[in-house]
Design a protein around this ligand. Structure first.
Ligand code: 8X3
Length: 251
């Protein structure tokens, strides 16, 4: 998959300290990209950066000053992977809290907009830009208790589709990658550190691994410059919808 065209390009990845972001950083480095990794947790970020030979830059996408500092620390960017994302709880709409919804929206929606705005001029001036928004099957589906999160991922999808129209004619490709269940820290965070509850999310079937999603990212960003992959929906084989999963009883 490595091509000489890919070698000189710089990929900037948000939420790169773990999970899909870290896997994408490792994979794109393997593909020959210069990688800039952004996330709040500097120590973790430095570890991943050291593994892939990338550059760690602290980033809190919910803080516009932090996004400005992040953008100022980057010389050029060809590929932006908007990956930073979070879910909070599984409460029904009647019980959602402002704080929970705010956290999800500040990260998944406002954060994506902030980072995109900050880097858009350089994505364009580089002449071969690409924005990859990491959405979710929750951008296509809903499920009880998921509104705070599914609404944010529907928003990611709407922003992606809108950007595709606004950027038509410019040298910036735009892709949404929408995974189903990927075994990461996602569920632990969603359930406030409750490891047991998080473990049950992935029990009885084989979920996607972060590297499976990174594989989709790598494929999308290494197509020829005239080819735009609009969206990739990727799920574990055992998952038909967000809630319909074939779980084996005693695994
Ligand atoms: C994560 C997938 O089904 O938990 O984006 O919303 S789901």
């Amino acid at each position: 998959m490595t091509s000489s065209a890919a070698r000189a390009r710089t990929a900037v990845i948000t939420g790169a300290s773990s999970g899909i972001g870290a896997a994408a950083a490792l994979r794109l480095a393997e593909e020959g990209f210069d990688v800039v990794l952004g996330a709040r947790r500097v120590e973790r970020l430095e570890q991943v950066a050291a593994e892939c030979g990338g550059r760690p830059v602290q980033l809190d996408v919910t803080d516009s000053d932090s996004v400005d500092r992040f953008a100022a620390a980057i010389d050029s960017v060809d590929v932006l992977i908007n990956n930073a994302g979070v879910a909070v709880g599984l409460e029904p709409v009647a019980e959602l809290t402002d704080a929970g919804v705010e956290k999800v929206w500040q990260t998944n929606v406002m954060g994506l907009i902030r980072v995109t705005q900050a880097l858009l001029p350089r994505l364009e001036s580089g002449g071969n830009g690409h924005i990859v928004n990491v959405g979710s099957v929750a951008g296509f589906e809903t499920y009880p208790g998921g509104a705070g999160y599914t609404a944010s991922k529907h928003a990611v999808r709407a922003i992606t589709r809108t950007l595709r129209m606004e950027l038509v004619g410019k040298p910036i490709r735009i892709t949404e990658i929408a995974p189903g269940h990927v075994e990461t820290e996602f569920a632990v965070t969603r359930f406030g550190g409750d490891d047991q509850r998080a473990k049950r999310v992935y029990e009885g079937f084989t979920p996607l691994r972060p590297a499976d999603v990174a594989d989709c990212v790598a494929w999308a960003v290494t197509r020829p410059p005239n080819v735009n992959i609009d969206e990739i929906v990727v799920r574990p084989l055992a998952q038909a919808t967000a809630t319909l999963i074939a779980r084996k009883e005693d695994s």
